[in-house]
Design a protein around this ligand. Sequence first.
Ligand code: BT5
Length: 272
Amino acid sequence: MNNLQETAVSKTLTTHWIGRRYEYYAAVGSTNDLLKSRIADGLAENSAAGTVVLTDFQSQGRGRLQRRWQAPPETSLLLSILFRPNWESDRMAWLTMLAGLAVVDAVRSVTGLAVALKWPNDVVWVRDGAWHKLCGLLLESNIGGDGRRETAVLGIGLNVNIPASQMPQGDTPPTSLLIATGKPVSRLLLLTELLQHLENRYEHASQGESPRAAWNKKLVTIGQQVQVRMVANQEALYGTAEDTDEFGRLLVRDGNGRFHPVSAGDVTLRSR
Ligand code: BT5
């Protein structure tokens, strides 16, 4: 049930291209870093799109900025996927949107649990109105000479079977599917569902279909009084998160009625 090695995954996989090139490692520094170094070594030709690098343990797992992603061995899904979308660079946030939705879909189909998204890159389980972080997404990409992104590496860290006693620390209290459902969950099944949902959603997006409407529906952030701490200058913006735009930016209306499109930042509920 816990075997995520090449043979087990290739037997179970239902996708056409995502995960058909698959590399398993018992332990690495960071799957995003490993996939990026594989790209630097020449992996990025077209046929490599959909390559998945997955590990059972990261010693240098990364979040955004200089943050860490921590997970005990063999308890999580820790993977990175290579995309070559050839989309306009301002659409790149779509990958994070698609991945968040695919995680929601996969959790639903494997466990029956309804989970939600927290702008911009978290999957959360909402319990008694409080947000608990189940998954984080890390998108890193390179812009080509023509303004399109050449390669994008999408990292997914999903807490599957982490017991309460081993839960890492986090600003948004972390949780796992084990805690949320009360039962251990098959990581293999979850992985195959996740990759299939991601492939379906990616293909729709490649036809030009925006994931924004579906994403908005799942965003717990919309309609909330929020405090947004910008990554760039650390200044807090207070207001109501009213909507998102096509590029994944959060539209926050401040007390003077002015809209601010926010492209990066950390959102917390505003204490009244
Ligand atoms: C993220 O960053 O949420 C993106 C995390 C992406 C992790 C994946 S794992 C595979 C791939 N390879 C990598 O090296 N990374 C990706 P951010 O929004 O900056 O959140 C980071 C914060 O989440 C930390 O500062 C902690 O507060 C918290 N945190 C750390 N580990 C956690 C966990 N397992 N569950 C929930 N929260 C966690």
